[in-house]
Ligand binder design. Structure first.
Ligand code: PEP
Ligand code: MN
Length: 350
């Protein structure tokens, strides 16, 4: 007498249970391989090994399942294992929210009590002591704690203003000290890291250097907070991995910065990826600010965008401010004058 449908289904259920159990047993072994590979930093994907395993499996197939279907099933198993390894590695990142490494909030880094959004403002570049003085005085009067200004400017054209270098650092240090402001400036070369740390409070890694791994390691060796900007065409994952380079050297004072990415859109200089902000907050332990000036390349819409990035969960804003933006030696179109800056502050408070 043939078996009933119910009985066959029961057998199939039992086999499903066994397959599940075997898959998890297999995954326990994959975990061991993941640990071994992590220890010596080798690639998870080993195409030769996969081809060899598939050959073995197919040579043992006595049917009734056809070889091409067996191939499909095992391809899925192999790629699931790879995904499992990838997710495990992601969870092991120091900067990942599932790691127990300890990172500081911006307020903790600077001993600031409140949890108000941080405003980092200042000119694109240090140009003259007088300009910087005017800005610093204004920032202090507005209770802003951070001043930015570039001394080493990464310019698209080698014929454009390249920054005042060490003289610029000296001006920034003098002005920021006198006005009680924390200073931030970009460092573009491993050879300058030591020098720049002597003059400023925060080292900035610019978008063009986000994947300059030697530079990341070098700033990772310092005890200075590092503001790491997202690369012009970098994914969020690549930004996190860049931060991991810094963290691996022992520096736990990392601030990420979303500053827009290159897209086909031409109405703004870059496309501000606002969704990166809550994603970073969810997937990492790191604070993140949004540079609304370099994202937009224009200033007529900064107020709304400033509000939007804060609503998205950013810990702060970076914005370029210049006493006479029309005369600025770089990024003149996007820099706010002092009254436009005040308007922005009023607008985000509203
Ligand atoms: C800057 O902040 O001065 C700068 C050059 O920005 P980015 O690296 O984001 O282009
Ligand atoms: Mn600029």
């Amino acid at each position: 007498m043939s078996k009933s449908l119910k009985a066959i289904r029961q057998e199939i259920d039992n086999i499903n249970d066994s397959i599940l159990e075997m898959l998890n047993k297999r995954t326990e072994l994959i975990k061991e391989i993941t640990d071994l590979k992590d220890q010596n930093g080798s690639e998870y994907f080993d195409p030769e090994r996969e081809t060899e395993m598939m050959k073995k499996v197919l040579s043992k197939n006595s049917g009734p399942l056809y070889n091409e279907l067996i191939r499909e099933v095992f391809s899925a198993i192999f790629s699931t294992s790879l995904k499992f390894m990838g997710i495990s590695r992601q969870k092991k990142l120091l900067v990942s929210s599932s790691s127990n490494a300890c990172f500081k909030s911006i307020n903790e880094m600077f001993g600031l009590g409140n949890n108000e959004p941080v405003i980092i403002a200042g000119p694109c570049a240090v140009e003259t002591p007088e300009y910087l003085e005017t800005i610093a005085k204004h920032l202090r009067d507005k209770n802003i704690r951070f001043i930015r200004a570039g001394a080493y400017k990464p310019r698209s054209s080698p014929y454009d203003f390249q920054g005042l270098k060490e003289n610029g650092l000296k001006i920034l240090q003098d002005v920021s000290k006198r006005y009680g402001l924390f200073s931030i400036t970009e460092v573009v070369d491993t050879r300058d890291v030591n020098l720049v740390t002597q003059y400023v409070d925060i080292l900035q890694i610019g978008a063009r250097n986000m994947q300059n791994f030697e530079l990341l390691k070098e700033v990772g060796k310092t005890n200075h907070p590092v503001l790491l900007k997202r690369g012009i065409s970098a994914t969020i994952q690549e930004l996190m991995l860049a931060a991991e380079y810094i963290a691996l050297k022992g520096n736990n004072k990392i601030i990420l910065c979303e500053r827009g990415i290159r897209t086909y859109e031409t109405k703004t200089r870059n496309t501000l990826d606002i969704s990166s902000i809550p994603i970073i907050k969810k997937e990492t332990h790191l604070p993140i600010v949004a540079d609304i000036s370099h994202s937009l390349g224009r200033k007529d819409i900064v107020n709304n965008i400033a509000k939007a990035v804060l609503a998205a969960g950013a810990d702060g804003i970076m914005v370029e401010v210049h006493p006479i933006p029309e005369l600025a030696l770089s990024d003149s179109k996007q820099q706010l004058n002092l009254s436009e800056f005040d308007d922005m502050l009023d607008f985000i408070k509203r």
